[in-house]
Design a protein around this ligand. Sequence first.
Ligand code: RM4
Ligand code: MN
Length: 388
Amino acid sequence: MADRDSVLEALRHQRIELPSWAFGNSGTRFRVFPQPGVPRDPYEKVADVAQVQRYTGVAPSIALHIPWDRVDDYAGLSRHAADNGISLGTINSNTFQDPDYMLGSVCNPDPRIRQKALDHLLECIEIMDATGSPDLKLWFADGTNYPGQDDLRSRQDRLAEVLVAVCERLGPGQRMLLEYKLFEPAFYSTDVPDWGTAYAHCLQLGEKAKVVVDTGHHAPGTNIEFIVAFLLRADKLGGFDFNSRFYADDDLMVGSADPFQLFRIMYEVVSAGGLEPEAGIAFMLDQSHNIEPKIPAQIRSVMNVQEATAKALLVDRDALRRAQSRGDVLGANAILMDAYDTDVRPLLAQLRTEMGLDPDPFAAYARSGYAERIAAERVGGTQAGWGA
Ligand code: RM4
Ligand code: MN
């Protein structure tokens, strides 16, 4: 097993970014079930993220989604975040909710609509300038529903043109993270359906363009850790949108559907040095909590990522390499499984105690009374939601 102190040290410096939209109301396309105490504006979302940070100590930033988190004064929102002990992180664009985007945004056959989508992306970069956010995350709902509906190659040309304009606008220290998704909302073709398409565009775009792996965006049975290993090797992995799903993208809590898969992903990250800040991998959650309370669900999600990371760090990599080079199939597999089968909860409890935190973040939050307080205080106004 790897040395316990170095494992603790790595875990202490891990950073996981939380999505503002996880704290708002969300639902399926059939129904949104509102919950008591849900934030009514980005300021209250920041306060809720700060709670998760308070009990976990490794979640000090909030990803914003524009226009859901549009405010008049981004510097003010930044200060509010700093006052709450967190910072503003990735800016997520939204080119999927305006009626103009029915036939796509950046791939739309109408140049006026493509320009409108590009203008939105450029506005997001302006917001990054104001907030100091390093990353712009792009997910396009673009695609077609019927064969023949539009020309697949022309749509790639249109996409490429917009991405070039976005990258040209990025300032020093800013990156563009391109996300892919197998299908949905388009049912026949999707313009960025897989990592290969995202990777090919990013290769053309150069240094500032990286791929985001949203763990919920693959076909069942896809070997996601292979994709992660490939992108890490090519220096094209920009980050993760963590969540899990049993069928299609459902934004369930990361690690809830398949904790072993999360471990395998984190093992690839750890073994490629991807936890180091210099690697520039953004570890983000992208989840919605439709039926479970939101703050505890985010706490649980952060803990799930920590547990998978701790197990990945525990792999005896020297012994593994030796077994691999001997061609010792069962020995190598046993070394990996030994780490996975370790109960890392005591180690994480120790980590939290050393960090001055409660060893059980979930219980500590429940005892704090915050949930009851926001339910009582946040009455009136309009609860935040994803607006579908
Ligand atoms: C998409 C995608 C994006 C996220 C939106 C809310 O499916 O995963 O990352 O911003 O959902
Ligand atoms: Mn995502």
